[in-house]
Design a protein around this ligand. Structure first.
Ligand code: AMP
Length: 287
């Protein structure tokens, strides 16, 4: 596996990989890799001749007071894991390679209206602008044939698909931007680089999140309106030791428009809640 840290190295390495017409999958990450990320690498390898993985802790998607400085960084360990998965190229840009004059000197921002507005977009102002802009840069830098993202970040996937559709990135975006189902720990907790922030007791309590989500889904699928099931979900989280619930909502799976009851179109249960200072997100299909 090669590693590129400058745009020049990246371009040369990607051109060499393309060689005689090989196609390329991009898997963007922020590192601190776990089995969820590695599942994305395997899916990418199943579809394309070469996988390019990126690791970049993107400062512009973190808000004031969020965990940018504390975010785990372990490039050597991540690199070994990617090599073990048969990744061809690691794109690990230094911050100066992505934002030469620093993030504050960067004048362009991509804002995807609609799908960015609610949920994490409402709780973390500017977050999805930072995500969309850096993913657009990564798409332009690598020019992949396909790109792989986790359904764990359902709203992020919707934002990226919408951006790709509107800006003709990796066209036709619908078939070329692949969402990979969430990988979970044996006890149901969605894998996340942030789970390592949890104390042992919070880690145990965190299993209430997927369990209570499944209970709410069962009630809604049984014909109950969303509101009482979501209220019970919220109570279960607070009762288990979560300090707050940023949102617990049912939404149209594609548009992310909030729903009060199950209709014909696919729906999604989306939750963000805080425990011991860590914000956990999860989502599951309904119906
Ligand atoms: P991150 O490094 O957290 O920004 O995540 C990089 C990519 O991995 C994103 O597309 C995430 O949605 C995806 N991802 C993170 N956790 C999981 C998981 N548990 N299952 C599947 N994909 C995941």
């Amino acid at each position: 596996m090669q590693t590129a840290t400058t745009l020049d190295m990246l371009r040369k390495s990607v051109a060499a990989l393309r060689g005689d017409g090989s196609n390329i999958a991009l898997v963007p990450t922020m590192g601190a890799l776990h089995e969820g990320h590695l599942t994305l690498m395997r899916a990418a390898r199943d579809h394309c001749d070469h996988v390019v993985a990126s690791i970049f802790v993107n400062p512009t998607q973190f808000g004031e007071g969020e965990d940018l400085d504390a975010y785990p960084r372990q490039l050597a360990e991540d690199s070994a894991m990617l090599e073990g998965e048969g990744v061809s190229l690691l794109w690990a840009p230094a911050p100066e390679a992505m934002y030469p004059g620093g993030p504050k000197d960067f004048a362009t921002s991509i804002s995807v209206s609609g799908v960015s507005a609610g949920f994490c977009g409402a709780d973390r102002p500017g977050h999805f602008d930072g995500v969309a802009t850096v993913v657009c840069k990564l798409f332009n830098q690598v020019q992949p044939d396909m790109a792989f993202f986790g359904e764990k970040d359902w709203q992020q996937l919707a934002v990226i698909r919408t951006m790709a559709r509107d800006l003709d990135l990796i066209a036709p975006h619908v078939e070329r931007i692949i969402g990979v189902p969430t990988v979970r720990e044996a006890d149901g907790l969605a894998m996340s680089s942030r789970n390592r922030y949890l104390s042992d007791s919070d880690r145990t309590a965190a299993t209430t999140l997927p369990r209570a989500m499944k209970e709410a889904i069962a009630r809604i699928e049984n014909g109950e309106e969303a509101a009482p099931s979501l209220a019970a979900l919220q109570d279960a989280l607070l009762g288990a030791g979560f300090s707050s619930v940023d949102y617990a909502a049912m939404a149209d799976a594609m548009s992310l428009a909030p729903l009060t009851k199950l209709a014909d179109a696919p729906a999604r249960l989306l939750v963000a809640a805080r425990i011991g200072g860590t914000r956990l997100i999860d989502n599951m299909g309904i119906g």
